[in-house]
Design a protein around this ligand. Sequence first.
Ligand SMILES: [Zn+2]
Length: 148
Amino acid sequence: MDTQKLTGDELDDRLDEVKCFLDARESSPGPAYWRLSVHGDDVDGNFCHDCIQELCPNGEVGTDYSFYGCAPEQDGSLQCDNCGRTLEYVLDDRGVDEELECYSEDTPDLSNADTCFHLARIAHGAYTVDQKRAIVRIVERARHKGDA
Ligand SMILES: [Zn+2]
């Protein structure tokens, strides 16, 4: 059914279905780390666990580097600055719009666990009716293509 006609409960049901589908397939990235100066100020980030170990050999958490205790709110997807690996994040409202824009013309590959993680962040962050419709449309279109 055309997502433009979906409203209220129907739309939320379809969105729940999309979230379940993505949650079952998504990768589970590690947290983002960043370096600390001798004074404990942030120097730079974001890095994956492997890269922070490489950048701060024998470094200690809290002294040489730190990491988020929970997924940070971002206005876009989050990758390691060094190796490009996907890191844990959630999207804020603007981020949901920006990410939807990236996928609007695209048919994402749902067999890619990182792609499912990114799409799941959009689905979980979607707040307005337009955002919900857009992510349902993108994921359902990609699922249909996979079935064909
Ligand atoms: Zn890395």
